[in-house]
Design a protein around this ligand. Structure first.
Ligand SMILES: [Zn+2]
Length: 475
């Protein structure tokens, strides 16, 4: 088995990935989305990099159990359901469905287990009870339960945060910046494990030994990761913004409850910027996959662009970068197709999932780049440098390429035959509509071009724009 090396946020060193459990199964937990809105490309950058890591592990012979949760009860989901006047469950199911559809389009492998917070209230209450029993948590007069930070001296070691500089610590990702002011606390840094019921929670509450209420956000990951992966896991992933306080809190809760180390290897991916700026609602640059598809970019282009930077560096996402991603993908497809002509090769995913560990002869530079701290940009450079040389193809050559495309998650686009543009005949009325839309877009008449795109879509055709031309695909 190949050994993968990866930077560990905890030790600040690049370390080998070795499953701890004697069964050899590598246990991975990743913090999933809050299902209250479209996930944006910053979220997807993280999920895609986790997907590439998982694919790399599978394709190099590891057995992996991959758990990614869904946060379906917090301030944002409750507010969203109330606004639409539907039940929390109906609301979060709708957004879960949209998230799954986006993941499928981006070719993100399904998690082995995808637990939902609202489906694991009992496990969360049980963990909170243990923490209270062990004096790591206390009940406030209103019936909320807090983690007692002073009971866990190693708090802050992952993010190396200076606790002395902290004045408040709120559940920042649940959207309440000043939660600290609203709750009774022994000290300002303690965080909520259980939130007592408030009238604004409406019909969302569960019974607990401390009265009705709902779990705090952090406890779900601790409870569900212990349930599905055991007390110690091999890899825990998430965006760097989750490192503090969410992951610090996960460590505190889990280690105090179980008495064992929680995570052996922390895998954090860096932020995403859009056109050189921070992503924010006010700047209107929180792109979703749907936004980019509306601008004519195919999901595989979005995937390629989002994975093409090193995971430990900030990625500056730009529309011209997307154009470049599109042309790189097309170049790759054409080059491989030309090599394909002289070969009987057909890609086979079953071989990858049966842990066939191939030896790389032509593309050893590309696979080594991935094995050494998931260096995707270097891997892509190596692939192109081999293909730009005097590549002759052949079955083994194509097998290596197929495995690499699988790891990058672009195998369906590169090796699929039914999406071959030349082989599809385009009816005259469709071609005519598409030409009118292109003309409208070039004249910056976006309302008209959107209308025509919609009518093409209703007739079963999708259009993908490039800088100087467009392609039509049958749905
Ligand atoms: Zn989490």
């Amino acid at each position: 088995m190949t050994r993968i090396k990866l930077y560990n946020t905890r030790s600040r060193q690049i370390e080998e990935i070795i499953p701890e459990n004697p069964d050899g199964i590598l246990r991975i937990y990743c913090c999933g989305p809050t299902v209250y809105n479209y996930a944006h490309i910053g979220n997807f950058r993280t999920f895609l990099l986790q997907d590439v890591l998982r694919r790399l592990l599978i394709a190099t012979g590891y057995s992996v159990k991959f758990v990614r949760n869904l946060t379906d009860v917090d301030d944002k989901t409750i507010r969203g359901a109330q606004k639409e006047n539907i039940s929390l469950q109906n609301f979060t199911e709708k957004w879960t469905h949209i998230f799954h559809r986006d993941c499928e389009e981006l070719n993100i492998l399904d998690a082995d287990v995808e637990p939902k917070a609202a489906g694991h209230i009992g496990e969360q209450i049980a963990m909170i009870e243990t923490l209270i029993r062990k004096k790591h948590a206390y009940i406030a007069p209103d019936g909320s339960v807090y983690f007692r930070l002073s009971s866990f001296p190693s708090y802050g070691k992952l993010s190396r945060i200076d606790l002395g500089k902290l004045t408040t610590q709120s559940e920042n990702s649940s959207g309440q910046a000043n939660l600290a002011d609203e709750y009774d606390r022994d000290s300002v840094q303690d965080f909520a494990l259980w939130k007592a019921y408030k009238p604004e929670d409406g019909d969302v509450f569960w019974k607990s030994p401390w009265g009705k209420g709902r779990p705090g956000w952090h406890i779900e990951c601790s409870a569900m990761s212990v349930k599905y992966l055991g007390e110690t896991i091999d890899i825990h992933g998430g965006g760097i913004d989750l490192c503090f306080p969410h992951h610090e809190n996960e460590i505190a809760q889990t280690e105090c409850a179980t008495g064992n180390p929680f995570v052996r290897h922390w895998f954090h991916s860096e932020h995403l910027q859009v056109e050189g700026q921070k992503m924010s609602k006010s700047l209107g640059n929180l792109f979703t996959l749907a936004d980019l598809k509306n601008r004519g970019y195919a999901p595989e282009t979005v995937r390629y662009a989002l994975i093409s930077g090193h995971y430990r560096q900030i990625l500056n996402f730009t529309l011209s970068g997307l154009d470049a991603a599109q042309s790189a993908l097309n170049k790759l497809k054409i080059k491989i197709k030309n090599l394909h002509k002289n070969s009987e090769f057909t890609g086979n995913e079953d071989e990858i999932f049966s842990s066939k560990n191939i030896t790389y002869r032509h593309f050893n530079g590309a696979i080594e780049a991935l094995e050494n701290d998931l260096n995707i940009p270097k891997c892509l450079g190596e692939i192109f440098s081999v293909l730009n040389g005097d590549a002759t193809g052949g079955e083994l050559f194509l097998e290596e390429l197929y495995f690499l495309c699988f790891i990058l998650g672009i195998e369906k686009f590169i090796f699929s035959k039914n999406r071959d543009r030349e082989s599809v005949e385009i009816p005259e009325d469709i071609a005519e509509l598409a030409a009118r839309r292109w003309e409208a877009k070039r004249n910056k008449n976006f309302a008209e071009s959107d209308r025509l795109r919609q009518s093409l879509s209703e007739k079963g055709w999708n259009v993908v724009d490039h800088r100087e031309a467009y392609d039509l695909y049958q749905q």
